[in-house]
Design a protein around this ligand. Structure first.
Ligand SMILES: NC(=O)c1ccc[n+]([C@@H]2O[C@H](COP(=O)([O-])OP(=O)(O)OC[C@H]3O[C@@H](n4cnc5c(N)ncnc54)[C@H](O)[C@@H]3O)[C@@H](O)[C@H]2O)c1
Ligand SMILES: O=C(O)CC[C@@H](O)C(=O)O
Length: 525
């Protein structure tokens, strides 16, 4: 039974889902990094919110870990490259808290416009300072969105209801999509110059870090009000403090901070600043949504192989996972076969999916094929990191789909191009669900994959099979199965021998010395 750790406070709905689905679950929140490092190797999955950091060193010791599920959107607390390199899938729940967070941004904008927190504190203190507080209307004002994805778009929709004019800077927002949402797409400088309110809704990336820098703040309309419900690092906090002091910025409402938990911050104590402790996603509805979703997604992956909302793998539904599993195994084995026969650098990999194989999840199959291929010489490669490793090594990967043309209902062919040669191998999955090798170079055959095999190329002349059998018998290598293939009588031929156990190097050397043998290699699957 797979075992999952819930490391941050999640709605109890998550625990119930895990238990109902047959996943063992431990809830241990508030762990220090050292405590997490000590126990993390027991778990197949970890469910987190934003507090727990899944760093490279956590991943390095989490030997069983297969999946990290973020109950929320931002995954900046997970080292995704390290997870990818270790074959750990990282998932989030991209929509479960979007409405809630958008509403928080609107609430903060209202609070800023009417100084609600300060007026509330003053009234509770019995001061009745009616003349101290003078707000501004939102009606007719320009709201500048930096980032117009899920949350930004909901904020835009609500702001339009408040009769604001919405402009957005988002390089990835198409003009058509902006028009559909009733948003004016603008450049950042234009937004800074025109917006009465600016609200941030981008992830924290090297491009967005400090997007509201001292220079950017200097370009804003004097008296602008700023809302940040996305990530702390998007605003240079020292620059914001200076801009508030100078009056360039009239107020800021911040849910997120450069350092969290934010116990001390240069902006604390400033009466122009409204703060909340990263509450953007904190509603009953959103927490129920993300907890349910993350528990479902983690369970699905661990129990059925279904992948949803992963940031480092293509999605695969549970039904699809069932169907695609034997083909993934075939793709990986074909890749492994080609990889073990390739001893030089690889320039390109061309994968052909035919018939029923062409209807399956191509990205997953290609990732499996690449993993098998590259793992032959780089054991750390896995299905998750294979495309990245191939890209880093300059290997050109291409895929072709085609309708059934041959006798097989479906098959996969992998062609590996090296500076010296191009080698193609192909396979299919029979009704028993077992992958079969059906073609090596241009030679047709029908062989199952086995953990230990010997691959021999030889001249197709009488005497070879007997000599090979005798040699293996004499050296106590037991033959489990023997498959032969040749392009034409007397031409080059192939022998694929399934053997029980590893093939000693001395035996391989002896095979290579047999008459008619051109090459011999031990293969492992
Ligand atoms: N305060 C909270 O509790 C809370 C809750 C939920 C989400 N968030 C944060 O809100 C942010 C947005 O979430 P979302 O669901 O809308 O994400 P999203 O991916 O749907 O949208 C992000 C948008 O940012 C845009 N973007 C990326 N780089 C950009 C750049 N350099 N300049 C301008 N725009 C850029 C993208 O094109 C995209 O449209 C995330 O960082 C998330 O972590 C915070
Ligand atoms: O879990 C939370 O409370 C915050 C979530 C939020 O930052 C997110 O990115 O989804």
């Amino acid at each position: 039974m797979p075992k999952v750790l819930i490391a941050d406070k999640l709605s109890t709905a998550a625990v119930n889902i895990f238990k109902m689905r047959g996943v063992e679950v431990d809830v241990k929140t508030g762990l220090t990094k050292e405590e997490l490092l000590k126990i993390v190797d027991q778990y197949d999955g970890i469910a987190i919110r934003s507090a727990t950091k899944i760093t490279k060193d956590v991943i390095a010791v989490a030997k069983k870990l297969k999946v990290v599920g973020r109950a929320g959107i931002g995954v900046d607390n997970v080292d995704i490259p390290a997870a990818t390199a270790a074959g750990v899938i990282v998932m989030n729940t991209p929509f479960g808290n979007s409405i809630t967070t958008a509403e928080h941004a609107i609430a903060l904008m209202m609070a800023l416009a009417r100084e609600l927190p300060a007026a509330n504190a003053s009234t509770h203190a019995g001061k009745w300072e009616k003349n101290r507080f003078m707000g501004v209307e939102l009606y007719g004002k320009t709201l500048g969105l930096i980032g117009a994805g899920n949350i930004g778009s909901i904020v835009a929709d609500r702001a339009k209801g408040l009769k604001m004019h919405v402009v957005a800077f988002d390089p990835y927002l198409s003009a058509e999509s902006a028009e559909e949402k009733g948003i004016e797409k603008v450049e950042l400088d234009d937004l800074l110059a025109r917006a009465d309110f600016i609200t941030l809704h981008t992830p924290l990336t090297p491009e967005t870090k400090g997007i509201l820098s001292a220079e950017a703040l200097a370009k804003t309309k004097k008296g602008v009000r700023i809302i940040n419900c996305a990530r702390g690092g998007l605003i240079d906090e020292a620059a914001l403090k200076a801009a508030l002091d100078s009056g360039q910025v009239a107020g800021a409402a911040l849910d997120v901070f450069a350092e969290e938990p934010a116990k001390a911050n240069p902006l604390f104590g400033n009466e122009k600043v409204v703060c909340t402790p990263h509450l953007g996603a904190s509603t009953e509805e959103a927490q129920e949504n993300v907890a349910l979703q993350v528990a479902e997604q983690i369970s699905d992956y661990l129990l059925t192989g279904a992948i949803v909302n992963a940031l480092n793998m293509p999605s695969i539904s549970a039904q699809e996972a069932q169907l695609v599993k034997p083909w993934i195994s075939l793709a990986e084995k074909l890749g492994a076969f080609a990889g073990q026969l390739t001893e030089t650098s690889i320039q390109a990999v061309e994968i052909l999916y035919e018939g029923s194989a062409a209807k399956l999840n191509q990205r997953a199959l290609t990732q499996a094929a690449l993993a098998g291929l590259l793992k032959a010489h780089m054991p750390e490669v896995n299905m998750v990191n294979a495309p990245l490793v191939a890209k880093e090594r300059g290997i050109k990967v291409s895929e072709t789909r085609r309708d059934q043309q041959g006798i097989y209902e479906g098959y996969i062919q992998i062609k590996v191009v090296t500076p010296e040669m191009t080698r193609a191998v192909a396979g299919t999955v029979f009704a028993d669900g077992h992958p079969r090798l059906i073609q090596v170079k241009d030679i047709k055959l029908d062989a199952e994959f086995a953990p230990n095999m010997i691959y021999v190329t030889n001249e197709d002349k009488p005497g070879f099979i007997g000599r090979l059998g005798t040699l293996l018998g004499d050296t106590k290598v037991n033959i489990a199965n023997f498959t032969l293939g040749r392009s034409a009588p007397g031409d080059d031929s192939i022998a694929l021998v399934q053997v029980d156990g590893e093939v000693p190097q001395a035996v391989l050397d002896a095979i290579r010395k047999l008459p008619l043998v051109k090459s011999a290699k031990a293969l492992k699957f």
